[in-house]
Design a protein around this ligand. Structure first.
Ligand SMILES: Cc1cc2nc3c(=O)[nH]c(=O)nc-3n(C[C@H](O)[C@H](O)[C@H](O)COP(=O)(O)OP(=O)(O)OC[C@H]3O[C@@H](n4cnc5c(N)ncnc54)[C@H](O)[C@@H]3O)c2cc1C
Length: 403
């Protein structure tokens, strides 16, 4: 008799790797996150350990030096990292999207050039669509590239909100290469722009790329978000994602494909932060007493815990389902949108409920929930806001159920 496998069941390999990551989070991230968050400092020593653990190459094939694991396993890892601190998953996430783009669309030469160094974390990748005047409306980008007589593409324009914008060595950059294209998405191309990690002013072959000081943010500290100014930056034709012949004009389609896995990734971050908020609430509510008993013994508090735990579980199931469909090669656009929408809202909900359970102490920087309260809203925005997810879900629903 066939027995269905529960969605949350892990293979032995998944158990081993998530237990390893959980231990790393408990020992290295949770005790140190407060310091890096308060100082808004890049968590260099933690990132170095992540390199040693191979966490920058989780999904990169073994032939390029990575672990060759699937999206489902990666999702489980991201949940664990985000349970520790979503900024740590932020250091990996755009890198994961960049490696996905290379694996799916890159030429053999591009894969050989970049993936081995990406697998070790020697170079990290950023992913850049947004500009000062747009985020949701990607087809409205203004950054553009024009081919010069020497064959190189000259890129001009300003990008915004680039996670890992300073410390990355590669930026997967969406630009317009045909300003007249109608619809505009047909005139967009993805360039792999190389830069010097940590340099605000690039020089030599990478001259023309400036990284202004990092944007000051409410939360999601430690990992930098920056603007990028391309002013006469010259990109060689071999850095058009997929090669010049196949890649020019394909950038929008490539980036939207990558956003689909990016959404599963953000959903996993929502599960992780919701899980942590629940853990903190379970602990605090059994320690804190009011009216002669632990607050966990008041039904109103138990109801909050019940709603939080239910949201965490539902978010996890949606996220794993979207990841598993993608791994099985099936359509997962609708499911990725649902997972992202539900899990990011669950993250915000659980953090707020946990914050309320902490009473006045939740407002103090001495308590971890204060950081989570500032971090959680990012997940409602990145990789498409909740409004945009609903638009994606609605559109896909109508496509699948056309009468
Ligand atoms: C910390 C941080 C890190 C980020 N990292 C990156 C990164 O690495 N790379 C990158 O490219 N971008 C990144 N972003 C940008 C992010 O993807 C955008 O902020 C997001 O897509 C929203 O775009 P916007 O801010 O321009 O808002 P807008 O698009 O201006 O939207 C404003 C509001 O209008 C709503 N809205 C927009 N259009 C519609 C519509 N048609 N119908 C209904 N409502 C609508 C939105 O939901 C939102 O509520 C990051 C942002 C932040 C805050």
């Amino acid at each position: 008799m066939a027995v269905a496998t529960p969605l949350t069941e892990k293979t032995d390999e998944q158990k081993a790797i998530t237990e390893m990551v959980r231990q790393f989070v408990d020992e290295q991230i949770l005790p140190n996150a407060e310091h890096y968050d308060h100082e808004d400092e890049f968590p260099g020593p933690i990132v170095d350990q992540m390199k040693e653990l191979g966490l920058f190459g989780v999904t990169i094939p073994e032939e390029y030096g990575g672990m060759g694991l699937d999206l489902t396993t990666y999702t489980m890892i991201v949940e664990e990292l985000s349970r520790g601190w979503i900024s740590i998953s932020g250091v990996v996430n755009t890198h994961f999207i960049g490696s996905y783009l290379l694996m799916k669309f890159g030429t053999d030469e591009q894969k050989e050039r970049f993936l081995p160094r990406m697998a070790t974390g020697e170079i990290r990748a950023a992913f850049s669509l947004s500009e000062p005047e747009l985020g949701s409306d990607v087809q409205a980008i203004k950054t553009n590239a024009k081919k010069g007589d020497d064959g190189k593409w000259e890129i001009n324009g300003q990008k915004m909100w680039v996670t890992n914008g300073l410390m990355s060595g590669l930026v997967f950059l969406l630009v317009k290469t045909d300003l007249q294209a109608d619809p505009p998405y047909k005139g967009m191309t993805c360039f792999i722009t190389e830069k010097e990690p940590g340099a605000s002013e690039n020089s030599g072959e990478w001259a023309g790329l400036t990284v202004p000081p990092k944007i000051k943010k409410m939360g999601y500290k430690g990992v930098e978000s920056t603007e990028l100014i391309y002013d006469g930056y010259r990109c060689p034709p071999e850095n058009v994602l997929g090669g010049e012949e196949a890649g020019v004009g394909q950038g929008f389609i490539q980036m939207m494909d990558a956003l689909e896995v990016g959404r599963v990734n953000v959903a996993a971050r929502g599960v992780g932060i919701a899980q942590r908020a629940l853990e903190l609430a379970l602990r605090y509510s059994q320690e804190r007493k009011t009216f002669g008993k632990p607050i966990a013994q008041h039904q109103a508090i138990q109801f909050k815990l019940a709603d939080m735990a239910t949201q965490v579980e539902a978010a996890r199931l949606l996220t794993l389902r979207a990841a598993r469909l993608k791994d099985a090669g099936e359509r997962s656009d609708l499911e990725a949108g649902m997972a992202k929408l539900f899990a990011s809202e669950a993250g915000r909900f659980c953090v707020e409920e946990s914050f309320r359970i902490h009473g006045g102490y939740g407002y103090s920087k001495e308590y971890e929930i204060e950081r989570l309260y500032r971090d959680a809203p990012l997940l409602l925005i990145g990789e498409g806001t909740s409004e945009i997810q609903r638009m994606v879900i609605g559109k896909k629903l109508l496509q699948r159920h056309k009468i």
